[in-house]
Design a protein around this ligand. Sequence first.
Ligand SMILES: C[S@@+](CC[C@H](N)C(=O)[O-])C[C@H]1O[C@@H](n2cnc3c(N)ncnc32)[C@H](O)[C@@H]1O
Length: 246
Amino acid sequence: MVDHQFSDARLASLYDLFCPWEDRGDFSFYLPLVMSAESVLDVGCGTGALLKRARESGHTGRLCGLDPAAGMLEMARRCRGVEWILGDLASVRWDRAFDLVVMSGHAFQTFVADDDVRASLDAIGSALTDDGRFAFETRNPLVREWERWTPAHPAEVTDDDGTVVRMTHEVETPVEGDVVRFTSTFTSPGWARAEVSRSTLRFLGADSLSSLLDGAGLVIEEQFGDWDRRPLTATSPEIITVVRRR
Ligand SMILES: C[S@@+](CC[C@H](N)C(=O)[O-])C[C@H]1O[C@@H](n2cnc3c(N)ncnc32)[C@H](O)[C@@H]1O
């Protein structure tokens, strides 16, 4: 089972409502990178919004989305002009196939154990062409965003049929180390019962991330603290990183 709050088919159909393109600063960072690369792999592509938008914007090269959540990929497959693959990095192997690999929407944080991170970075490194780049972000642990993931901060959307769905999060405490476990509860007046999903995310600090990247033979080329490319500081919300093979 995929450990992610939107992996179920009904919840996957709500993902783009909870995370609409217009509210996402990350896509304005990633889309130009995608448009300027000939071949692109989106790992943890979810509903495929980034690659779909790239195709609609005139990208003519290879676009490939990979995600282990069947519900998410079902949404992505509504766009036929992209290669969609159900699976994770352990189920595929590419050798110098992509000029750009991206992981947006904090998908990188689903790699929890060090071995998981190492194996994923190894697979991504192999998939990159000699001049290829891997661009991704992870939330800055120093900002402790999970402390705002409480029932006091609900989000609400209305789907095309007028159904209102509310989402709240609750973090398992105490949070130990850099791993955060939480539940997401979705409720709607029209549903017989709530849908509850569990997620686990790793909040790697910049130093630990650097050393894991180094161990995988990847060199940091650029690093930013937010989507407007400002430098990374202790209070930055994101650790946005672009790496290449050593
Ligand atoms: C928050 S969503 C982000 C989706 C998309 N990248 C975006 O920016 O909207 C995280 C995605 O990571 C996927 N995921 C979970 N575990 C994964 C893994 N081990 N490898 C790759 N993707 C994974 C989930 O299925 C989910 O679609």
